[in-house]
Design a protein around this ligand. Structure first.
Ligand code: ATP
Ligand code: MG
Length: 398
């Protein structure tokens, strides 16, 4: 039995004239994700992607696992291809799907015939294959309206395809079809989820992280690197830009009113992120901010942060509760790493009671009293380290 994978397009199937671009991007991603496992023939027909291994020894569980994390599929299924001879179809259906049929009470056979020269019609195929399976599993009933299990047989030019049950995909759009953005990645729970959410809408992205050694450690940086690595299974390979942020941060600490420290620092980070974004052609910034989660995420504080620079700031978690964010972090596999206790530059020097409703005028006045800040930010941006994150699962961080 040769097993293949099928991916059913989600939202991209609704695209009009530019649908080809979405399919081409999807094809590129699938090729890249599968290439390490061995040769695959990949093609798209009628809003379905077919991924056929070209050797018998390819690990199809791993292939499925990888492909199921590619954005753009509403659902997936595994399928076997066999000879079109009816007896072979029956025996293959029983061998491949018999186990699943033992766990249900009702089923139905669906048949599609792309090869119109095939001697049996679709209704004949459904009836005859249904009868064969009923004979093997006499506790089963046919339910054409709401079956617990569907056996799908497709007769194509090169063989018969028998489908297993459809499994849910990640949804979204292929990464790279919506432009490029720069994600502000801390070591926390939220920002890896924010990156995942925007990549799901088709954004290609890189990450930027602010590190303040010696206040923040090398281990803290490795943790962020591990988070980018975990996210890359979904977002694709990317860059992690690490900004040496100690000097601007100390300067703000030493020259600004304590109460305004956090918002001033966040504006400063946004200005540096804007500079890096300009260099790499990113069209937006992404943060993991969620309304009212902390003092720097009130409406007033966000307004001040937004006014610091001119790129759109995407905040996909803005309306999410922490419990929902954690649920997603668990789903994508970043949660356990995020909760490891390492320091973040955002939490050093912070006053115990930051101002919750800062006014832009007072913020701008405070910045006017820090004439050297812009220069320090430019120096930090220029000294930024670039770390290449290869798409994959493996992370050495424990
Ligand atoms: P997270 O769980 O993502 O750390 P948080 O609730 O701790 O979020 P903050 O520390 O206020 O919130 O940070 C808000 C957002 O600012 C983060 O989601 C992230 O996008 C960005 N951010 C915070 N610290 C850093 C950092 N050191 N480097 C890059 N971005 C950061
Ligand atoms: Mg944080």
């Amino acid at each position: 039995m040769q097993e293949i994978l099928l991916g059913y397009q989600g939202e991209m199937s609704l695209k009009g004239l530019n649908k080809n671009q979405f399919e081409a991007m999807m094809m590129k991603t699938l090729r890249y994700r599968l290439k390490e496992l061995g040769p695959f023939k990949i093609y798209c027909a009628q809003s379905t992607f077919y991924m056929e291994p070209q050797r018998d020894d390819i690990d199809m569980d791993e292939a499925y696992r990888r492909v199921s994390k590619v954005f753009g599929f509403a659902a997936l299924s595994r399928s076997v291809v066999c000879d079109k001879d009816f007896t072979t179809i029956c025996n293959t259906a029983e061998a491949y799907l018999g186990e699943s049929l033992r766990n249900v009470k009702t089923f139905k056979v669906e048949a599609k015939r792309a090869d119109k020269t095939y001697p049996m019609t679709s209704p004949e195929l459904m009836r005859e294959l249904g009868a064969f399976l009923l004979d093997k599993h006499n506790y089963l009933r046919v339910d054409v309206h709401e079956p617990q299990f569907k056996v799908i047989v497709e007769i194509r030019d090169h063989g018969a395809y028998l489908h297993g049950p459809k499994l849910p995909g990640e949804g979204g759009l292929p990464v790279g079809t919506s432009g490029r953005a720069l994600n502000l990645l801390s070591g926390g729970i939220d920002s890896p989820v924010a990156a995942w959410r925007m990549a799901r809408r088709g954004l290609a992205l890189d990450h930027i992280h602010f590190a303040s050694p010696p206040y923040t450690s090398e281990r803290a940086k490795l943790k962020v690197q591990a988070l980018a690595q975990l996210d890359s299974v979904y977002t694709g390979g990317c860059n992690l830009f690490v900004v040496p942020y100690t000097k601007p941060q100390e300067y703000i600490r030493d020259h600004a009113p304590n109460l305004l420290f956090t918002v001033l620092m966040r504006r400063s980070m946004m200005r540096i992120a804007n500079q890096i974004a300009g260099k790499i052609g990113a069209e937006a910034l992404i943060t993991g901010e969620s309304l009212a989660q902390v003092a720097s995420q009130t409406m007033k504080a966000l307004q001040c942060t937004d006014a610091a620079q001119d790129l759109p700031v995407l905040r996909p978690l803005i309306g999410m509760d922490k419990t929902e964010i954690i649920e997603t972090a668990r789903h994508i596999g970043t949660f356990e790493t995020s909760i490891l206790p390492y320091e973040d530059c955002c939490t050093i020097f912070t006053p115990p009671h930051p101002k919750i409703r800062p006014e832009l005028e007072e913020i701008e006045a405070a910045e006017a009293a820090m004439p050297e800040l812009i220069g320090l930010e430019a120096e930090a941006a220029a000294a930024t380290e670039r770390i290449r994150i290869r798409m994959g699962d493996e992370t050495e961080f424990v």
